[in-house]
Write a protein that binds this ligand. Sequence first.
Ligand code: ARG
Ligand code: ZN
Length: 881
Amino acid sequence: MRKETGQAIHLADYRPTPFVLERVDLTFELDPTETKVESRLIFHRREGTDPEAALVLDGDELTLSGLLLDQSELPPERYTVAPDRLEIRGLPAETPFEITVTTFINPSANTQLMGLYRTNGIYCTQCEAEGFRRITYFPDRPDVLAPYTVNIIADKAANPLLLSNGNFLGGAGFGPDKHFAAWFDPHPKPSYLFALVAGDLGVVEDTYTTLSGREVALKIYVEHGKEPRAAYAMDALKRSMQWDEEVFGREYDLDIFMIVAVSDFNMGAMENKGLNVFNDKYVLADPETATDADYANIEAIIAHEYFHNWTGNRITCRDWFQLCLKEGLTVYRDHEFSADQRSRAVKRIAEVRHLKQEQFAEDAGPLAHPVRPTAYREINNFYTATVYEKGSEVTRMIATILGRDGFKKGMDLYFERHDGDAATVEDFVKCFEDANGADLSQFSLWYHQAGTPVVTVAEAYDAPTRTYTLTLDQAIPATPGQPSKKPMHIPLALGLLGASGEELAPASVSGADFADGVLHLKESRQVVTFAGIGERPVLSINRSFSAPVNLSFPQAEADRAHLARHDGDLFSRWQAITDLALKDMLDGVRHLTEGRNAAASPALIEALIATARDGALEPAFRAQALALPSEADIARALGENSDPDANHAARRAVLHAVAEAGRADFEAIHAAMGLHEPYSPDASSAGRRALGNAALSYLALAEGDPARAARAFAEADNMTVQFHALSVLAHHFPDAAETRAALAAFEARFRDNALVMDKWFSVQATIPGEATLGRIEALMEHPLYNARNPNRVRSLIGAFSFQNATGFNRRDGAGYRLLAAQILDHDPRNPQLAARLLTAMRSWRMLEPTRGAEAEKALRSIQSTPALSRDVKDIVDRMLG
Ligand code: ARG
Ligand code: ZN
């Protein structure tokens, strides 16, 4: 699996290493610019392999300064070294041997944030996927597992804290100014789970007693003074530990579990064994500075990283093609956790919104790839919505197909059979087959075929024979490298509703397997007959989004309205409202291009306002209904020739009509929804705030006046309400004096809080319209803008490119040129960040021709720039491919 710039790595080339790694012993002498790393590795030759095979270790920008075999100098003819590779020849055929590698690295110069780097005076590491090779020469691949001993030596005053994986062995003084600490991780692990943190941090401590009665020390390390803001993360951690015991029977396995929050981090968080490292955005929260969404994200990500301890760490991936084995499964687990902690239906709606926004968009464009890819050029580009979110959906479908017990049996077998292994997707699926006597071979296509299936639904009711017939067709669009697809096993949860909303039970069903309310579509076309249906039913299909598919079903408006009111599946009620709204918006886009007006249908207005007023429904659900489809949803539904200005205008017209019609209700809701209640982050309080905030958005549209939002901003005593009011001001009244005053007040109050200032940058970056580009340029000159901090860059450049369809997709292409310039600026420092930003253009082929041509020009200008990183090169080539 050798990697050279631009060369693809193929799953089919997988081979185990010729040497087995038995033990790792690392010693770090930390220094800001010259850290010494001594690595002692004990290997033996794998049985049955070529006795002549050389040992090949990976490196990345390394210089070798010492190499010993069994403590003796190696003659130069026995090895070959380059910054990315160390090859050693003539090693013992039978006996174990020890290799000692010494390297010096410069953590301060590490701007990629991969390997060992500095953030705010702290030493920290990020090794997934291939960062360990930036620390020392090593077999840096996930199927090489070993126990690690780590010794850390550092200046004592600057680094009172010396942390690594596993259990603490001991520490002592070391010379006049230094000290050292030793850690031992008994659980064999791959190098990507290695972590080291050193520096001066504050701590929040707690304990957790496991199911079997062992006490585990819990520690969350944050910058001094921020300890109170880690309380919610600690609470979420304890709930996660308990949930994994109760639901999956998984207990924690070390004496200590640590989380460190850092402010410079390329992604969300990292599940290093016993020592998770987090982007501080997903740890720190208090009511004054964090929104309800921030709290929900913290809960989910703390859980996600904790759950990796079993799904990822105890059972890891054989190679990076298997990434979904840990990520898709762990996302599924964190989704289930949040559903149990909060409202299941509301959680599902939020997940599906996110899935469609990110994964469906990816799957419909040039970056589409299977959940389990078979080739990559840069693995960091495969930490995608497809691997994570679609990977989770595939796991969820296994649970739907096998049922709760069957799923549990399969998971239990997986833990039993593969604990300690580096496993594959096939191993995982086989556990479900073996535990249930099931055949999941057709189902497995979900891992291998990219693209979102389209299920076309046609219905017919025959009163005389009391039969209802569904004709279901499935088609999977062509995706890069996969021109044609096979039919998949699509589990569709469905129900038939009678005129008063009751479920109609068929006497029999033929033409498809149908059990427990789930229809199993397996052929490209199936005609399914439901017998004994006494009245024309209203079809509720793909309930709870049982399969991640697009439906093509021009359901009658009256039927959708019926579902919106009566469906027993709350998700489907939301879906019905959303379908009504999307239809109005798509009609609106057409009408606007024909010079006519866009509007909302009476059916939508009635269904939506009835839902908004319905006190029997949870406020959080009502808020989700009021959110309506996004501009990106409209673009995806159009599929081609998308004009973001028209999408925006049509959506706004629909929202405006709803606002006018529901004005009095929205006033009542806004007043009633406890926006002044004492803050608590629990789901039902958050739901009330979400509904109140949604009402405020509609009132701003109906009133056309910033006064109410300005008042809400001024009176708010928590960030959820305050920031929403600021967004309403900025997005609806960008030039009003009230908005300028609110932005200035917010900045003055929070200028020392980086996470809050990220919000301040984002809210301005997402103001619709072409004038925002000028604001972006001005904000890049703001004293608090910092191109070295990934959160800050994402808050401005990321928010603009990903979340501001009209501003970014300016007709003149200036938005694309700005992004291209930013990518080229960031790429030499931080290729991962640059490549991720570039994916904002993943849907460029759906644009109308003028914008499409401008987007292509910007992409070509990136592509033709010399010395691109492998990360950016891979993305831009695929985007234009
Ligand atoms: N495994 C981490 C998670 O919990 C993400 C690591 C992402 N790494 C990367 N190089 N993109 O999802
Ligand atoms: Zn993960």
